[in-house]
Design a protein around this ligand. Structure first.
Ligand code: SF4
Length: 227
């Protein structure tokens, strides 16, 4: 597929997803208040479900309500609260160290630029893009597991491509970056409801019905050839 065709298809996909999920918001329920909470929840979500993180964050924020409270703790104080999210030694350490850095270097506030965010322990481009998009209204792509899997199936790049940074750049070249945050939230919901990692519901998929899925088109073409 030519780049211009991919761009047109991605625009159509974005519109179809908007019809399906007009009000899709971040699956991490952080309350829209202190951005530090979204940072914490995003760090906890690595190799964990958003539902688990949402459950965990209530007691965690009751005990550590802001960056100052977290910065004053030791990782061992935090571990019991985040244990159910997995990788809890590392996550607890990152939460404490990043909170301390916010206080010592950023005046206690979550910074609004990529380079500064990437200096925080445990923060990579995925978390940084989520914060920049949802908190600071900047465009960007959050290349999480749903985005990587689904946009590959849709034909934006080979399905074997799994490099998040490469995928971020490819998608940014195919869409208006300002549309990225909402697109990525919608992709997450679509990935749970329809285009699941295992057993995707291709037979009832609204994107397939519109001829927008490369994987489905390929499979249909193969069947025609063999049949
Ligand atoms: S047709 Fe199947 S693989 Fe393609 S987007 Fe729909 S659910 Fe995913």
């Amino acid at each position: 597929m030519k780049t211009s065709e991919k761009r047109a298809r991605l625009t159509a996909i974005g519109a179809a997803l908007k019809d399906l999920y007009p009000d899709a918001e971040c699956a991490l329920v952080w309350g829209g208040g202190d951005p530090w909470r979204l940072l914490v929840m995003a760090r906890l979500s690595a190799q964990c479900t958003d539902a688990r993180v949402n459950l965990t964050s209530g007691p965690l924020f009751d005990r550590f309500p802001d960056a100052a409270a977290m910065a004053a703790a030791e990782p061992s104080d935090v571990e019991p609260y985040v244990k159910s999210c997995g990788l809890y030694h590392r996550k607890a350490e990152d939460l404490v160290l990043s909170s301390r850095m916010l206080l010592t270097e950023f005046g206690g506030r979550v910074p609004d630029d990529m380079d500064a965010l990437l200096r925080l322990p445990g923060v990579g481009r995925k978390i940084a893009n989520l914060l920049l998009g949802d908190v600071f209204g900047q465009g960007g792509i959050v290349t999480d597991t749903h985005c990587i899997r689904i946009c590959g199936r849709l034909g934006m790049y080979p399905e074997t491509e799994k490099n998040p940074y490469k995928i971020e750049k490819i998608l940014l070249g195919l869409m208006d970056p300002a549309d990225g945050p909402a697109f990525c939230h919608r992709i997450v919901w679509f990935g749970r409801d329809v285009c699941r990692a295992q057993n995707p519901a291709c037979g009832v998929c609204p994107l397939a019905a519109k001829g927008l899925c490369e994987k489905r088109l390929r499979e249909a073409g193969g069947k025609r050839k063999n049949g």
